[in-house]
Design a protein around this ligand. Structure first.
Ligand code: TYD
Ligand code: MG
Length: 460
């Protein structure tokens, strides 16, 4: 049979979508003018990196006879990282660590390497961005390292995979995927085709040698890892490292995890000597909270399985413009405008003539619906210029007709508030009716259920 002629392939630079012909707009990510041509010889890339089938198992097996057992995990010794990974690093897994440049990805992974090598694992740190000297300088800030950590400064993935095959380390760090290139893909490093190819090679290495690989991926200005979805669906676990420019807090979040829970977060503080774990994030988030100031309300968000208290601030003041200004930092803008519309309609408070600025203090981005009631309380507090009681926590989802709807894990939220010394919780009525506590647990916590934002107004 004659060999089929290899056709050119076009890639979307943004999401990696592949098409046999050039398109003006990507049908997947809707980006305009993002298609580039991959050379014809590369048309095989797709099949090369499809997944792990054929690597770990190549004959059909009866599902019932496959032994699953517990995944073999290596604890990193950094509690917050282990929590986000779902209890440690799974052998043969591929993990993507994404985040803005300078946020601390290299620092976190180097600290992880330090712990792992101290526990006797052979670790290889591949850097395509820094020289051994630069890595050493960073390492000196972090602490002392033992001799089972190896550094390789290389951008050619062919050479890297040879080293991995020869050296057989237990863990490998690739910093960063955007700097790696594979000759087979024949494009400049950092393009979607290259990232797809190099990630595919790493995936196969991880599965066939049972080595755990961490890859660092920079986030582009649009807020996505270059070649975003493409990378995310190829790897086993995706962690995002985020934080606000000036603040020293850093949040590590799992957005995908084939071996554990998602949306779990780990909290760190960037110090002079590297990243420090924050064991009491609620206490940390509430540091510097003003006492008895209008517009400041403490609410409780559940991130993964962990309740975290955060302060919502609102500033509502008369506008000088025809169109009032609205901003939301650390939470969803549309949600805030919607809540303001609900307040306006249901409570009859005319907010049309007011600017409103909402901020979740501490640099954490929260989109949990349970924040709604806190946001509403903060807006009302600022609008009426009346301080919200500083010993009260307020959480619940607010619906379009002003009803306060139940949220998950109410008990844990109340417990967290009690642990931090709060005396009262305002929460959805549906939740408060089902709460059962040993009175001793609550330290005299007063629980107030509200069914609507109208009732909220009555109890504050
Ligand atoms: P880095 O890990 O290089 O970020 P990324 O790999 O995500 O680009 O972090 C660099 C920043 O962290 C830099 O601004 C310096 C700061 N930093 C500290 O504050 N303390 C430290 O101990 C280290 C190593 C870095
Ligand atoms: Mg780096």
């Amino acid at each position: 049979m004659a060999k089929a002629k290899k056709k050119a392939v076009f890639f979307c630079r943004e999401c990696g979508y592949e098409s046999p012909k050039w398109l003006g707009q990507c049908p997947v990510c809707h980006e305009w003018d993002s298609f580039t041509e991959a050379p014809p010889a590369q048309a095989h890339i797709k099949s090369n990196v499809k997944g792990i089938a054929g690597i770990v198992q190549n004959t059909p097996k009866v599902l019932n006879e496959v032994k699953a057992g517990e995944e073999e995990r290596t604890v990193t010794g950094i509690g917050e990282l282990d929590r986000v990974l779902g209890g440690g690093i799974v052998a043969g897994s591929l993990t993507l660590v994404g985040g803005d440049p300078g946020i601390g990805k290299s620092t976190l992974l180097l600290q992880m390497c330090r712990q792992l090598s101290a526990a006797g694992h052979k670790v290889l740190y591949v850097s395509g961005e820094e020289s051994p000297k630069q890595i050493k300088m960073r390492a000196e800030r972090i602490g002392t390292f033992n001799s089972s950590l190896y550094i390789l400064c290389e951008t050619d993935l062919g050479a890297v995979s040879e080293t991995i095959t020869d050296m057989e380390p237990g863990m490998v760090i690739i910093d960063s995927i955007q700097t790696m290139y594979s000759e087979e893909a024949g494009q400049t490093p950092g393009t979607a085709g290259q990232i797809r190819e190099t990630t595919g090679i790493l995936m196969r290495l991880a599965k066939s040698l049972q080595v755990s690989i961490f890859i660092v991926g920079h986030v582009t200005k649009e807020g996505v890892v270059a070649g975003p979805k493409l990378l995310e669906h190829m790897v086993d676990t995706v962690l995002y490292f985020e934080g606000e420019g000036g603040a020293s807090y850093r949040f590590l979040r799992s957005v995908k995890n084939r071996f554990g829970p998602t949306n779990e977060i780990g909290v760190f503080e960037m110090r002079q000597d590297g990243l420090e774990e924050v064991l009491n994030p609620s206490g940390y988030m509430l540091q510097g909270k003003p006492e008895n100031e209008p517009g400041s309300v403490v609410t409780c968000s559940v991130e993964g399985t962990r309740p975290i208290l955060v302060e919502v601030q609102a500033l509502v003041c008369q506008t000088n413009f025809n169109m009032p200004r609205r901003t939301a930092a650390g939470t969803d803008y549309n949600r805030v405008t919607l809540l303001m519309a609900v307040i306006e309609k249901r409570l009859g408070i005319r907010l049309g003539g007011y600017d409103a600025y909402i901020n979740v203090a501490g640099g954490m981005k929260i989109n949990e619906p349970a924040l709604d009631l806190g946001i509403v309380a903060a807006i009302l507090s600022s609008y009426r210029n009346k301080a919200f009681d500083s010993r009260t926590v307020c959480f619940g989802e607010v619906g379009l007709v002003g009803e306060v709807r139940a949220v998950n894990l109410p008990g844990q939220r109340v417990m967290e508030a009690s642990k931090l010394g709060f005396k009262r919780c305002i929460l959805p009525k549906a939740n408060s009716q089902k709460l059962s506590f040993d009175t001793g647990d609550l330290n005299g916590m007063q629980v107030t259920g509200v069914g609507s934002i109208y009732e909220l107004l009555e109890v504050i």
